[in-house]
Design a protein around this ligand. Structure first.
Ligand code: HEM
Length: 491
């Protein structure tokens, strides 16, 4: 059955209240006589109206519009020299997954085809707990410090006065944050309007770590290459579809899985040894933990790891896709974080958002429940359904931690240096070369669309902002600046 058809209701023999008692009549409220008012004793009516009033939970503050599916990750290559994580322990090993795709800036009802990065948030239900790789379809990001994230996102949302999206807010922010240029270039390229979710790549984006049995760490970036091939929408088609079929990507994904055409991605890692990191930083001027930068493949080739296949649609969109609570803080032994400032901010942000958006016990919902035993002393709170029963609700010193199952057991930490402070790298860090490299990599027709897309988006913006932004394009590549300038002048 495809998404165009209505699903038949499961035929439950008797309609009941949520408490299970049979409902006598679901069409006529109890009234005082045939013409009289409704009686308070009609609990079925009251319950129905009350529950209806509470059907919505807050939408995600970002990435509100999304689609999700379950799948399987299969290991095809041995990376146990880098990580002891058990999901990678043998070739052929399979792990259940859930992947939620999304757009970033729009509301829950916004069009799937808007120019925006796409979220690519992948959960692995491993035997050691949930690992969430909460990435995007781009290997870099607009900013490098989480302290700027709320401001940046506000510029992608609505103007507080007009309640309209505002190109002025967007370009004002970007023009004062030149580190955004690399991602801005990708956003306004063809990749800013992917043709659904199946025809795009995914990236963990940040630098993470892998830790092996000996406790040795390497730095790693995760890449997922689509087996369906990259396909993007031309700008005019993206706009047209936004009106004709705002749920274009949801439909494409759902229908493909329903008909058994399971999308697949090849999973790769790039690996940087700890001692290489410093040398690479000194040679290139690029901080390996700066999320606005990529690691070029020629320096750090992709190493194959496995294949991800999406093969099962959720049964209930709200319960599974809306309530899924994915967080970069969810990792398992053998995986680790890095000094990336953005990542550090995200490690706090997601669980906190989900405590508010879904609730105190969001990890107990079926889509969020790990597929392995859970053992802790967090108790009670709204909607507790942990199944802990009479299990002890406190930890003693002796019982604190279970040998070899926690983080940091035998894992090397990373070295720190310097004094605490707020360090402003503006003017000292190279925010232009990689943006320029991306521009130079594009074939002529893509360059043309990129600069037309940018000029179109900047047209209504005050001149002062245009000039500031044009100076950034010039620094990335004089041809980049010249093309945007010419198109802006040629109204
Ligand atoms: C969703 C915060 C940067 C990818 C979210 C949510 C928050 C958030 C609060 C909503 C979570 C929820 O309600 O479940 C932040 C902060 C960031 C940041 C504070 C910077 C410091 C990033 C970056 C990426 C990213 C760099 C990609 C590399 C995503 C994705 C989702 C998301 C894919 C949707 C997850 C889902 O499908 O449920 N972010 N974010 N975010 N973020 Fe971020």
């Amino acid at each position: 059955m495809d998404s165009k058809q209505n699903r038949p209701a499961e035929s439950a023999s008797t309609l009941t209240t949520a408490s299970g008692s049979p409902v006598a009549d679901n069409q006529n409220s109890i009234t005082a006589g045939p013409r009289g008012p409704v009686l308070l004793q009609d609990f079925h009516l009251i319950e129905k109206l009350q529950h209806f009033n509470r059907e919505r939970i807050p939408e995600r503050v970002v990435h509100a519009k999304g689609s999700g599916a379950y799948g399987t990750f299969t290991v095809t290559h041995d990376i146990s020299q880098y990580t002891k994580a058990r999901l990678f322990s043998s070739i052929g090993k399979q792990t259940e997954t859930f992947l939620r795709f999304s757009t970033v800036g729009g509301e829950r009802g916004s069009a799937d085809t808007e120019r925006d990065p796409r979220g690519f948030a992948l959960r692995f239900y491993t035997e050691q707990g949930n690992w969430d790789l909460v990435g995007n379809n781009t290997p870099m990001f607009f900013i490098k410090d989480g302290i700027k994230f709320p401001d940046f996102i506000h510029t992608q949302k609505r103007d507080p006065h007009s309640n309209l999206k505002s190109p002025t807010m967007m370009w004002d922010f970007w023009s004062k944050a030149p580190e955004s240029l690399h991602q801005v270039t990708m956003l306004f390229s063809d990749r800013g309007t992917p043709d659904g979710y199946r025809h795009m790549d995914g990236f963990g984006s940040h630098t993470f770590s892998l830790i092996n049995e000996a406790g040795e760490r390497v730095w790693v970036k995760w890449h997922l290459k689509t087996q369906q091939g990259i396909k993007n929408l031309l700008p005019a088609d993206a706009v047209r579809l936004g009106g004709e079929d705002p749920d274009y990507a949801q439909r494409d994904l759902f229908d493909a899985i329903q008909r058994g055409d399971f999308p697949k991605w090849n999973v790769y890692i790039q690996v940087m040894r700890e001692d290489e990191a410093q040398a690479w930083d000194e040679r290139t001027g690029w901080n390996p933990f700066d999320l606005t930068k990529v690691w070029p493949h020629k320096d750090f080739p992709r190493i194959p790891v496995g294949v991800l296949e999406l093969n099962r649609n959720p049964e209930n969109y709200f319960e599974e896709v809306e309530q899924v609570a994915l967080s970069p803080a969810n990792i398992v032994p053998g995986l680790g974080f890095s000094p990336d400032r953005m990542l550090q901010a995200r490690l706090f942000g997601y669980h906190d958002a989900q405590l508010y958006r879904v609730g105190t016990n969001h990890q107990q919902l079926p889509v969020n429940r790990p597929r392995c035993p859970v053992n802790h002393q967090q108790r009670d709170g709204a909607m507790a359904a942990s199944g802990f029963g009479r299990q002890q609700n406190y930890a003693t010193v002796e019982s604190a931690g279970v040998a070899n199952s926690g983080f940091g057991n035998g894992d090397a930490g990373w070295a720190l240096e310097g004094t605490t402070g707020r360090f402003d790298g503006r003017g000292q860090e190279d925010d232009y070369s990689q943006a320029g490299n991306l521009f130079r990599l594009l074939p002529a027709d893509e360059k043309d669309r990129l600069t037309s897309n940018i000029a179109g988006a900047m047209r209504s913006v005050p001149d002062e902002i245009k000039q500031r932004q044009l100076a950034h394009f010039d620094k990335a590549d004089p041809a980049y600046g010249a093309a945007v300038r010419a198109k802006l002048n040629n109204k």
